[in-house]
Design a protein around this ligand. Structure first.
Ligand code: ZN
Length: 256
């Protein structure tokens, strides 16, 4: 059991329509290697291309998790399911997605649903097990479609990922972990938008008080402000180490 590591490779750090359309930042989601359990989360446009580019091997994936069906999170989900299952020939791997990803404008095509070994529908409070990784989706987010964030637990680390949502008062209380990853779309608070802004992310960080907070999923206004320039400012304002994710960055959870 020695030398097992938990790492998160950011296949993309962009989000929302303009960032996607112009590919100002890549939008492929993240590839997590949690002690050998390989999990792809939110395979947006370019996920397959960047996964291959960074040396990941889709046929070794153990699971694909979708937080919600918006295109910047889901465009590559079908091709990644095929890649995980050797084109559908090898029934293997797991797929986790909210109920509406399978119906009412489904993004997961009916014919690929038979390919994974396990297909699970995400629900608030439901605990899922993938190898020795346990994760739960503690609360349904406020977003236009069924959306969940995650609390992951490996034998070594516990961390959370607050995906797309409108801010709400109890949000932080569901994600009290030492490492928190937050999707921060906009630089300023713009109501009514069902996304987190930087000031709201700062509020969440102050409440959770993690050891490290990682910001990602940047929209146009965050990109213009250069997230890597503002991470120090947010660290100063929150008293927490803040990292703005970069495309291709590998986060080693032993180092955060
Ligand atoms: Zn969304």
């Amino acid at each position: 059991m020695a030398n097992l590591r938990d790492t998160i490779l950011f296949l993309g750090t962009g989000g929302a329509r303009f960032t996607v359309a112009k590919q100002l930042l890549a939008t492929g989601g993240a590839w997590m290697n949690l002690g050998g359990t390989q999990i792809l989360i939110d395979p947006g446009p370019g996920s397959l291309v960047y996964a291959i580019k960074y040396g990941c091997e889709p046929p070794t994936l153990d699971a694909i998790i979708l937080s919600h069906k918006h295109l910047d999170h889901s465009v590559d989900i079908n091709v990644m399911i095929e890649a995980m299952t050797d084109g559908g020939w090898k029934k293997r791997g797991s797929l986790y997605a909210p109920a509406d990803a399978f119906k009412n404008g489904a993004v997961i095509l009916p014919y690929v649903r038979a390919y994974p070994d396990k297909v699970e529908v995400l629900e608030a409070g439901k605990v899922q097990t993938e190898g020795d990784v346990v994760f739960n989706t503690p609360v349904k987010h406020i977003h236009q479609v069924d959306t969940y964030g995650f609390v992951f637990e490996t034998p070594r680390h516990r961390f959370s990922w607050i995906t797309d949502t409108r801010f709400f008062d109890s949000l932080a209380s569901y994600y009290m972990t030492e490492l928190v990853i937050i999707n921060v779309l906009s630089f300023e608070r713009r109501l009514p938008v069902d996304h987190l802004s930087l000031p709201e992310a700062e509020t969440i960080i102050k409440e959770i008080k993690p050891k490290t907070a990682v910001l990602t999923h940047f929209g146009l206004t965050m990109w213009r402000e250069k997230p890597w320039d503002i991470e120090q400012r947010v660290s100063d304002s929150t008293g927490v180490r803040v990292i703005a994710a970069r495309d291709g960055m590998i986060l080693d959870l032993d180092q955060v």
